[in-house]
Design a binder for this molecule. Sequence first.
Ligand SMILES: Cc1cc2nc3c(=O)[nH]c(=O)nc-3n(C[C@H](O)[C@H](O)[C@H](O)COP(=O)(O)OP(=O)(O)OC[C@H]3O[C@@H](n4cnc5c(N)ncnc54)[C@H](O)[C@@H]3O)c2cc1C
Length: 410
Amino acid sequence: MTTANTPEEVRREIRQWIAGHWDPELSLDQWRALLADSGWARPAWPREWCGRSLPGALAAVAAAELRRAVVPGPAEGVGMMLVAPMLLEYGSEELKRRFIRPTVTGEITWCQLFSEPGAGSDLAGLQARAIREGDAWLVTGQKVWSTGAATADLGLLLARTDADVPKHRGITAFVLPMRQPGVQVRPLRQMNGHSSFNEVFLDAARVPARYVIGEPGGGWTVARATLSHERRLAAFPSLPAAEGQAWREAIAERNAATEPHKWYPQRAGRPDLAIPQAQATGREADPLVRQEIARLIELAWSARWMEERAAVAREAGQHAVGSLGKLASSKIARQAARVHAMIAGASGMLAGPGSPLGGVVAEILVSVPGISIAGGTDEIQRTIIAERMLGLPREPDISKGVPFRQMRAG
Ligand SMILES: Cc1cc2nc3c(=O)[nH]c(=O)nc-3n(C[C@H](O)[C@H](O)[C@H](O)COP(=O)(O)OP(=O)(O)OC[C@H]3O[C@@H](n4cnc5c(N)ncnc54)[C@H](O)[C@@H]3O)c2cc1C
């Protein structure tokens, strides 16, 4: 295992390792297994769980080297971004052993089953309930907006296990096996024409008792940690046009994994297209367009610097900083949409052949609102920043001390 403790040493070590192990004709499974067992899959994670216990800055150097060497990385998506980091913090040894490595290698995929028809911002008001029966829990209720649930193997589920205590204290986090008779998934259609979300109906769905994450009743802590990871969800990095078996499989996997997220670049506002579009349409000399593009670039740069600061704060255990990045992404997306609308004018509303960017501008305009909602709305991020970072008075909470059963929920 690594002894490297400077960027140069990390670079040298990982380069040597890649030179000794990478073969484009390996299958993706074989390559990811090597990556997981070497600890280079997620160098910041603990050694025993596919990592090398490197500090964040050195782990970033290793990740950059993997990209530079044009080799596939570990699996992507909700499992790697949300579930695995949360399991590392709160999962039992058994849950870690069962789920971390197959998540890293991509053998299992995940969805997040938090939101309900009556519980989004007020997530702690959720009503899906789990009842203990022998060595299992039986879960009944409805989830909604569950991205990727139609294809996921497992769900990270929040359910109420005790209605006689205040709402935050009676929630438990579970790993729910999705492929079972008690789980029914129905896709929803969005205004941008895509179908990433699902409704999930749970009817006595079975969860083994050992699949509880943390303690029964401790689900709120797990939920908060998960949401703080979600608030810094990065876009999928672009894949190189590389050859070989492992890359063919990685590209096929990416296409399948990103099917529900195809519109996410548009959701982020496509700031990368602002200058090329201004140039292509002859608007680059327009002082108003230039001014709005400059604002966009200013926002994007300051968000990048803030994210670097936030990474350090997170290592020191300050999770609320994720809200700053989440809020910044919403602002950037809205400003990018504004620039695209200025450049395209009314024709930006058109889709189909001959429309601006073949309909991409129209898709940006109807997708950008999603980023201000997913993972906690802008208003909720502002409340978190106000209360947990600025120390302002807390929002009045009428549920304080009241057993959930006595509350009007939904
Ligand atoms: C792209 C996308 C992907 C998603 N993926 C998932 C997923 O995979 N799994 C999952 O579980 N959920 C998912 N969601 C759901 C998301 O977490 C919820 O939509 C979000 O938390 C908001 O909840 P809501 O839709 O019920 O809105 P509500 O909570 O009903 O909010 C409605 C409005 O009221 C405002 N509001 C509510 N409470 C307050 C308050 N206390 N103070 C000020 N304003 C307030 C909100 O800001 C909002 O403007 C996804 C959503 C989107 C858009």
